[in-house]
Ligand binder design. Structure first.
Ligand code: GTP
Ligand code: SPV
Ligand code: MN
Length: 596
């Protein structure tokens, strides 16, 4: 389709204005067809960027620039006229100033490149809950990934019509080409020139300088979380960093669970759970993002706005996550994995290593090499419909009614395997005080403990204090129809640094306990931090776990929790008068219970 044929005048004039600034050699409007995917991929193959895999049908391997391997939180901006509206946990710049700086960078940034226009829908095309975005990008890699991760093409333009609303998303890798200049293997800009910018008042996204993941696939973290969370607050719904799954018990009763864990802390794995307890079944609805609205019956309904998985490769195996392994057998893009000599990909934790291959930097690699073969944030991009346990209703625009919310993170100590909140406010308190060790999903230090409220620290599009208040208000609206709230930690370690809990499929045991709590089948034990399983209520049938290890896994260390309460006070103090009083009260109540 040509630019002139676009029916939406606002879209047409925005594209023209952006093209005047970025000066691409041509403009191409994506139709979303498989021929288009193949053509873009062929261009990338011809440039030497994409390597077709002999062992996996219609699949390709990429290696990014070593400087461009993950999200860049330090270069991510939430831009409102007033800094306080971005809040203390976001990087802020004044919108005029930020735009001025970025316009200088965008000027001529697409020279000798094509500007692709990607109309996409987050959520099923045409559904009332879906949002339309249009990404302008100079990266064919982004086009191919967006084809998998979102619903792209002419069908979206048809829904947009002549006067529909869309979120404008401008993206440039920030590497213009001089006439006749040969392209780099992975064009991008140096870190100090990268900007991932959001203007929530205008529903506008500007991204510059990175070609990787959430920095560049703007439907995902930028639109579906940062912009959508701001929209959701204005409109009374929720946009959360949550997986969605359906669990069916042996009697056929269904439970819908939404869980928020920080990046690289187990969402994809839990979403594709293979229960190790008899008669229980799990189906996947989403693995990263949930949009939730209150339905006519007063319950909270969730949809997955995405169409694919952008999943962490390392650690994914037929043992840990067979459903993910089956999802990536074909039509998949791999980034920063090992390429084996026989034309496949490999990563740490997948299987026995190949005798020889090329590592994520393109160097010769053998199991004796000192460095990891795959980057710790190596990823696969795969269509969600390829997941063998994708739920039949996963694209139902009505969504699924949520029974259970789970928060969690990586904590080597302090946090027990599972506890339940006393009520909604206490659950919001648990979410607002979630803490986790940092991972390779962001460029920065790994393994450092930080508060990551609701697993949304890098993704909240407005002041986190206001965000906490929005959760409280949603609870007020939901009343007794609100989901029950739990907190889990699959990552507690013993003194030798070994996991105390087997995790993965065995996490079903914890979910079973939650479902039985929701049904009112069993009581729980009150502890200072919340309700915990009574002895024998957590189903450990067939599991070999040392008694002492299990005790340690479930231990509530009062002294450590008193210390935790002090850290929470410190964390809360950042939010000043934007911190809801109801959460301060929760902290006081926790302290009172700890001192009893
Ligand atoms: P993002 O896509 O970054 O949002 O990550 P995610 O939350 O989907 O994390 P994912 O499921 O991809 O897991 C990240 C890493 O944690 C992988 O290496 C997993 O193998 C590992 N992991 C997931 N679940 C468990 C678990 O129950 N126990 C242990 N020990 N590791 C786990
Ligand atoms: C995350 O970091 O939480 C991801 C990967 O899901 S990215 O799309 O890069 O944000
Ligand atoms: Mn994520």
């Amino acid at each position: 389709m040509k630019l002139e044929d676009l029916k939406n005048e606002k879209l047409k004039s925005w594209i023209k204005e952006m093209a005047d600034m970025c000066q691409p050699k041509d403009i191409y409007v994506c139709d979303g067809s498989s021929e288009e995917y193949d053509r873009c991929m062929q261009e990338l193959i011809d440039l030497g960027l994409s390597h077709p895999l002999k062992k996996r049908k219609h699949s390709h391997s990429f290696r990014s620039d070593p400087s461009d391997v993950a999200r860049v939180e330090d270069r991510t901006f939430i831009s409102y006229p007033n800094e306080i509206d971005a809040g203390p946990t976001n990087h802020w710049m004044n919108p005029d100033e930020l735009k001025k700086t970025m316009k200088e960078l965008y000027k001529g940034s697409m020279k000798n490149r094509t500007m692709y226009v990607i109309p996409f829908s987050m959520g099923p095309v045409g559904s009332p809950i879906a949002k339309i975005g249009v990404e302008l990008t100079d990266s064919a890699y982004v086009v191919c990934n967006m084809h998998i991760m979102t619903r792209v093409g002419t069908k979206v333009l048809d829904v947009l019509g002549s006067n529909g609303e869309f979120v404008p998303c401008l993206h440039s890798v920030g590497a213009p080409l001089a006439d006749g200049e040969k392209d780099k293997k992975w064009p991008c800009a140096p870190i100090e020139k990268k900007y991932i910018s959001h203007f929530p008042d205008e529903n506008l996204i500007w991204s510059y300088g990175s070609g990787y993941g959430g920095n560049a696939l703007l439907g995902k973290k930028c639109l579906a979380l940062r912009i959508a969370s701001a929209m959701a607050r204005r409109e009374g719904w929720m946009a959360e960093h949550m997986l969605i799954l359906r669990l069916t018990n042996p009697e056929g009763k269904r439970f819908h669970i939404a869980a928020a864990f920080p990046s690289a802390c187990g969402k994809t794995n839990l979403a594709m759970l293979q229960p190790t307890i008899k008669g229980w079944k799990c189906e996947t609805i989403g693995d990263d993002i949930a949009w939730m609205k209150i339905g006519e019956d007063g319950r909270l309904y969730a949809i997955n706005p995405e169409a694919g998985f952008f999943g962490v490769a390392p650690g994914t195996s037929y043992d840990s996550n067979p459903m993910a392994m089956d999802s990536i057998r074909e039509n998949t893009i791999f980034t920063n994995c090992v390429e084996t000599d026989d034309g496949d990909v490999w990563w740490e934790g997948m299987s026995e290593p190949p005798a020889h291959g090329k590592d994520w930097k393109g160097n010769d690699w053998t199991p004796a090499s000192p460095d990891k073969g795959a980057h710790p944030n190596a990823r696969f991009t795969a269509p969600a419909k390829q997941c063998p346990i994708i739920c039949a209703d996963w694209e139902d625009p009505k969504g699924v009614p949520i029974d259970i919310f789970i928060f969690g993170g990586r904590r080597a100590s302090v946090m027990p395997l599972v506890h339940e909140s006393y009520n909604w406010d206490h659950g919001v308190f648990m979410g607002s005080t979630a803490a986790s060790e940092t991972t390779a999903a962001n460029i920065g230090s790994v393994g450092a403990l930080r508060f990551d409220p609701f697993a949304m620290l890098p993704f909240a599009g407005y002041n986190m204090g206001d965000y906490m208040n929005h959760w409280l208000e949603m609870g007020d609206k939901l009343g007794d129809k609100a989901p029950k709230i739990f907190y889990v930690n699959w990552f507690r370690k013993n003194a030798d640094g070994k996991w105390l809990w087997p995790g993965f499929g065995d996490n079903s045991r914890v979910l079973k306990w939650m479902c039985e709590r929701v049904e009112g089948k069993i009581d729980a034990k009150d502890t200072p931090i919340g309700r915990m399983p009574k002895d024998g209520d957590l189903d450990l049938t067939g599991l070999k776990i040392d008694e002492a290890d299990f005790k340690e896994l479930m231990r509530v260390d009062i002294e450590a929790w008193k210390n935790q309460a002090n850290e929470i006070e410190n964390h809360y103090s950042k939010f000043g008068d934007r911190l809801p009083q109801r959460l301060k009260k929760q902290l006081e109540e926790l302290r009172a219970r700890l001192s009893k």
